[in-house]
Design a protein around this ligand. Structure first.
Ligand code: SF4
Ligand code: SF4
Ligand code: SF4
Ligand code: FES
Length: 1003
């Protein structure tokens, strides 16, 4: 297959499914022959062959919810819902009969009771309004039953969207999306009420509900009942007028309707809608936040973002989280950097680009001449594109002559990559998110997936809720996934390696391993078995604080599952044994045969949007693009020939070593692209002290970050919406982003800045577009051989490795593992225990991580007003028992003191944490948690042990506001139910199946 193909069967996107002609099913529709796929829904077939059938409540990603009855067709003289009918061989379907048409009109008439058609003055009149288009399709001229207002006010209490009950047609798409796709379980419809409406938490305002502002409901709403506030008054030519004028215009429209009919009114509104196309741009981009890789169209009018609209993103479909849907205000923030800055003493002055770039080139040249190329170092950003990381490492290697290049995967993902390189051969997820959905058991270790990788988590939550998938979660905190899990393990900190290895030993000793798989596909079993000797269940129980019975139960669940996927993140990797624990995970998967097919495999969840790509593109001290070693002469020869330079052959410094080398006086200059390293690196005080020792420090960013304070030159870059390029998501999926806005005046895309610097150092680069950079990278990295911009056009994507003919590998290891003999390797590991331990002075364990609403320190998300309103500050989570012991309540100010620094922060008392374990989100520039973390690292990768921190807690006399306001969704009360529950609608006395004449709906 040349690249991903997409088929929709039963509303599920199937990627890379070959078109199966052998199993085609013959069907007659309106007398014409068509062929369906096995299991295909009639509505999907009708849509696929291009027939026009109304279908208001149907959305192919939600499946049939059967609330609208507008898709009725005749089969064998009976009216049936096309959305709920699976095609069978020989089926004869009539869509065009007067009976079916009348029934559809009747059904739609009942919908219009709940919706006033004022399209010309509606912000949703953009050519894609289902209610508008259905009115036209069904040639509705006049309503049989008049529109009736509902006795509810518009709800404006969420900062990002509003609900207008009067426009709500009660289709329930939003409920289905919230209950069964996002699985936040906030929405329902009170079908038994005389005046049903959509409810948040069964009757709360939106603002005080459990709504996490993911936007699913708004995206799937087929009309203007749910609208992004950023659209209101902005999208239409006549919609920005005052409410009085708008109401007047709506009245005019309604007054002429009895005479002209809807046809004339719709024609007018379509003229207005067509006019909008001249000023509304829809540009595809890829989310700049986490590694899930959601893609969507950004609707803009000049520099105003009207909305983010996901549709059929290869990863996310219609899904987003709050950040991808609403987290973009920062792009237009007034404090964007627009001029290069040059340090003068303790101050900065603005400078021209020429002056700043000349200075950078001159100082790089001087330092290289004086101290040698290895006195300079370069750090690329996991927020930047693949092309930008490629150029950054090329600048380091080919222009300066050093392998001192790294990216922030050092802080998170390097141990997982190591664990996978050791055992299966590729340092990436072994399958796609689709494969995780297909697992019969998902095991999540050290990952707050619902907050850190929200859209990926929705797929697990959905499979668990609807499809019987089992879920086991191991974490220190009872996060959302833990609360949903069949088994929640809470091991003692830094002991995952022990229980994982004990379970592996137990499986091997009790005949529960996958012997055939081991024989055929795995090397090193005998040696590995010997190293498991210490890992008895009793040892694991004692070390991890987990009951033997629970561990045995987990072992049996793994053994009995038809497919196991293990997901892990920083709770594993940011430990002093992150590489070994990641290896133990992969060992367990190998012993149980959980590789090489869908529903199995290893999934280290990549944190940043392009942390996978930064490593792939060679922003690493030991590998050039495509994970080819710098000490391999053949590799170097290939790059030297292409770049026409001599390349350094010894591994360079990684981020962590760079900091030490600065302190030691060996590293004189650092060029840092888009990283807030002064507060996101562990032991932040130590890192900041290093920066102040640099002879020359260049920081490239879009804001004047904390790190910029240490710079000698600050270069204003552009965010993702202002440039082109590619990102590679956690599932190794390479996707294009297109330029939504011109760079704000004075800023430049990172790739252009790097090229400008290289050319001042006589590199003579001439890249006119990022596509040329990708072509060069693909020609040098076999793993990316077939990647080019044509194959990635629009929403097309490729999952590496990509062969020269463009065929990619959504699922790795289908034929072999990535070692010369094709076999995987069991890699022995031992346990040494946490390095940073609690003692009587530092008596509390401090964990840290992300929050759903913010990304990292919050440089981007605090500039989003709505996020700021919902989640204004960081805090430290304290268990109720510890709070009681120390006399702390939510809002009490605390001083947390570690061996490395201290921070002042407010308490949040919650049972998400227990005992003497604290949790602090990393989103603060004033009180960054990394002032408390150490310089202790995983010895293999030098990834800091961020998660091994001990602190002393001093209770301060002040008590402030609770750090999370009441409008934060964590205070809401979800109302889980089985989707939209249409059966309750069908039981209403005023409901009957259409086709038997109209029923007057009781008012
Ligand atoms: S969580 Fe909120 S935004 Fe997301 S689907 Fe539910 S109601 Fe809509
Ligand atoms: S708010 Fe929900 S129920 Fe109402 S029209 Fe929109 S999607 Fe349908
Ligand atoms: S899940 Fe990740 S990629 Fe998707 S919208 Fe949220 S932050 Fe962006
Ligand atoms: S589309 Fe079939 S019932 Fe609504």
């Amino acid at each position: 297959m040349a690249m991903n193909t997409i088929t929709i069967v039963n509303g599920k996107r199937n990627e890379n499914s070959p078109t199966e002609s052998s199993a085609e099913i013959p069907v007659l529709i309106d007398g014409s022959r068509h062929t369906a796929q096995p299991g295909e829904r009639l509505v999907d077939l009708i849509n696929r062959v291009g027939l026009k059938l109304s279908q208001v409540c149907y959305h192919h990603q939600l499946g049939p919810i059967q609330t609208c009855d507008t898709c009725l067709v005749e089969i064998g003289g009976q009216l049936v819902r096309a959305c709920a009918t699976t095609v069978t061989s020989g089926m004869s379907v009539t869509t065009a009969s007067s009976k079916a048409h009348a029934a559809r009109q009747e059904a739609f008439d009942r919908i219009l009771v709940n919706h006033m058609l004022y399209c010309t003055v509606c912000d949703n009149n953009n050519g894609n309004c289902t209610v508008h288009n259905t009115t036209k399709l069904l040639a509705i001229e006049h309503q049989q039953i008049p529109f009736k207002k509902k006795p509810y006010a518009v709800d404006n209490t969420n900062p990002f969207y509003r609900y207008d009950p009067d426009q709500c047609i009660l289709c329930g798409r939003c409920v289905e999306a919230c209950q069964n796709l996002q699985v936040n379980e906030t929405l329902s419809i009170n079908w038994e009420d005389p005046h049903p409406r959509v409810q948040w938490d069964g009757g709360s305002t939106i603002g005080e509900s459990s709504c996490v502002s993911c936007g699913h409901c708004i995206t799937v709403c087929p009309c203007n009942a749910l609208m992004e506030k950023s659209m209101l008054g902005q999208a239409g030519f006549f919609t920005g007028i005052s409410k009085e004028s708008l109401d007047g215009m709506i009245d005019v429209v309604k007054d002429v309707e009895p005479e002209t009919g809807y046809g004339a009114i719709l024609r007018l509104s379509e003229i207005e809608s067509a006019m909008r196309e001249s000023r509304i741009r829809r540009t595809k981009t890829v989310c700049t936040y986490c590694g899930v890789g959601c893609s969507f169209d950004v609707w803009t009018k000049d520099r105003h973002i009207l909305k983010v609209e996901p549709a059929d993103g290869p990863t996310n479909g219609v899904s987003t989280c709050i950040k991808g849907k609403f987290g973009w205000d920062y792009v237009n923030a007034p404090d964007r950097l627009t001029k290069p800055l040059i340090r003068e003493g303790d101050k900065f002055r603005e400078a021209s680009w020429d002056e700043a770039l000349d200075l950078v080139a001159r100082r790089f040249t001087e330092i290289k001449a004086q101290h040698g190329p290895d006195s300079l170092a370069f750090i690329s950003s996991s927020k930047c594109t693949n092309e930008e990381s490629y150029l950054m490492q090329k600048l380091a290697r080919a222009v300066i002559g050093t392998n001192n290049i790294d990216n922030c995967s050092r802080y998170c993902q390097a141990p997982a990559t190591t664990g996978l390189f050791r055992t299966v051969g590729y340092g990436g997820d072994s399958g796609s998110i689709r494969d995780i959905e297909n697992a019969s058991l998902v095991l999540i270790i050290g990952s707050n997936t619902a907050e850190s990788h929200p859209v990926l988590a929705t797929r697990v939550k959905r499979a668990h809720k609807l499809h019987g998938q089992k879920l086991i979660v191991s974490d220190l905190r009872e996060n959302e996934m833990a609360r949903r899990a069949d088994i929640f393990l809470h091991p003692k900190p830094a002991t995952d390696l022990v229980w994982l290895s004990a379970i592996t030993r137990y499986l091997l000793e009790n005949g529960l391993a996958h012997d055939d798989f081991l024989r055929q596909w795995v090397n090193g079993l005998d040696e590995y078995k010997k190293t498991l000797a210490p890992f008895t269940m009793e040892f694991a129980s004692q070390t991890c604080g987990l009951p033997v019975e629970t561990l045995e139960k987990v072992a049996h669940m793994i053994a009995e599952a038809s497919g196991v996927c293990i997901l892990w993140a920083m709770g594993v990797t940011q430990q002093s044994q992150g590489s070994d624990t990641s290896t133990a995970i992969s060992n367990l998967l190998l012993v149980t045969g959980n590789y090489m097919r869908t529903g199995t495999g290893a999934y280290p969840l990549r944190g940043h949007n392009n942390v996978q790509g930064a490593g792939d593109s060679g922003a690493a001290p030991n590998t050039v693009p495509g994970y080819q070693s710098v000490d391999d002469p053949e590799v170097r020869a290939r790059f030297e020939s292409a770049w026409k330079v001599k390349l350094p052959s010894t591994k360079g410094l990684d981020n962590h070593q760079m900091v030490d080398a600065i302190h030691e006086g060996k590293l004189k200059s650092l060029y840092l692209e888009g990283e807030e390293m002064a507060i996101v690196d562990s032991n932040a005080n130590h890192v900041a002290a290093a920066f102040s020792k640099l002879d020359f420090f260049v920081v490239q960013d879009i804001f004047f970050s904390t790190t910029c304070r240490f710079a000698d030159v600050v270069l204003p870059a552009t965010p993702s919406l202002e440039k082109e390029g590619t990102f590679t998501s956690t599932e190794r999926r390479i996707q294009r982003l297109y330029q939504v806005f011109e760079p704000i005046p004075g800023s430049r895309p990172d790739w252009k800045i790097t090229q400008d610097i290289a050319n001042r150092l006589n590199a003579n680069w001439n890249y006119a577009h990022p596509s040329e950079i990708m072509s060069e990278m693909a020609s040098l990295a076999p793993m990316l051989a077939g990647v080019n911009y044509e194959r990635l056009e629009g929403y097309k994507s490729l999952q590496w490795p990509v062969a020269a003919d463009g065929s990619d590998q959504p699922l790795l290891y289908t034929k072999k593992f990535n070692f010369p003999d094709g076999k995987a390797r069991l890699f022995p590991v031992s346990w040494s225990g946490p390095v940073e331990k609690s003692n009587t002075e530092f008596d509390l364990h401090l964990n840290n991580g992300r929050l759903l609403e913010h990304f990292h320190e919050g440089n981007l998300t605090y500039r989003v007003k709505g996020i700021q309103e919902k989640t204004p500050d960081t805090f430290v989570e304290i268990s109720p028992e510890l709070a009681q012991e120390r006399g702390v309540q939510s809002g009490t100010w605390l001083l947390l003191i570690s061996r490395y620094g201290q921070v002042r922060v407010r308490a949040l008392v919650t049972d998400r944490v227990s005992g003497r374990e604290l949790y602090m989100p990393m989103n603060s520039t004033e009180s960054p948690v990394n002032r408390l973390t150490s310089s202790i690292t995983d010895p293999v990768t030098h990834t800091p042990a961020f998660k091994e921190a001990s602190v002393h807690m001093q209770v301060l006399p002040e008590i402030g506001e609770t750090p999370l306001p009441r409008v934060n969704p964590r205070f809401g009360h979800p109302t889980p139910q089985h989707g939209v529950e249409v059966e309750r609608k069908w039981k209403r006395p005023d409901y009957h199946f259409p086709g038997n004449g109209l029923v007057q709906i009781k008012q």
